[in-house]
Design a protein around this ligand. Structure first.
Ligand SMILES: [Zn+2]
Length: 101
């Protein structure tokens, strides 16, 4: 008799845990869907994010460089400058080291 009650309690706990998990899953899925649909506006223009200042600008006003978007040519240049600096992380070899007399 005792075992049956324990089984019932376990079953009830599992049931409510599953119900709660399902609710959380639904909420998460809903949040994700709204998040995915947010950047795409229905009024024609799609919003893109500037790679440099992270400001959202309409696609037709933004500048594109490969897969990156920028709000202005200045920010595009700064971003590309930073990227080339990161790529050239090795110290420049052209520095005249034999010039210290
Ligand atoms: Zn910008």
């Amino acid at each position: 008799m005792n075992l049956l009650i324990i089984r019932l309690i376990i079953f009830a706990v599992l049931f409510f845990a599953g119900l709660k998990l399902y609710g959380m899953y639904r909420q998460w899925k809903l949040d994700r869907e709204t998040l995915e649909h947010q950047p795409q506006r229905r009024d024609g223009s799609q919003m893109v994010r500037c790679q440099w200042c992270e400001v959202h600008v309409p696609e037709e006003e933004a500048l594109r460089d490969q897969q990156h978007w920028f709000c202005s040519s200045a920010h595009r240049d700064r971003y590309l400058q930073e990227q080339s600096d990161l790529n050239a992380s090795t110290p420049p070899k052209g520095t005249p080291d034999d010039d210290k007399h």
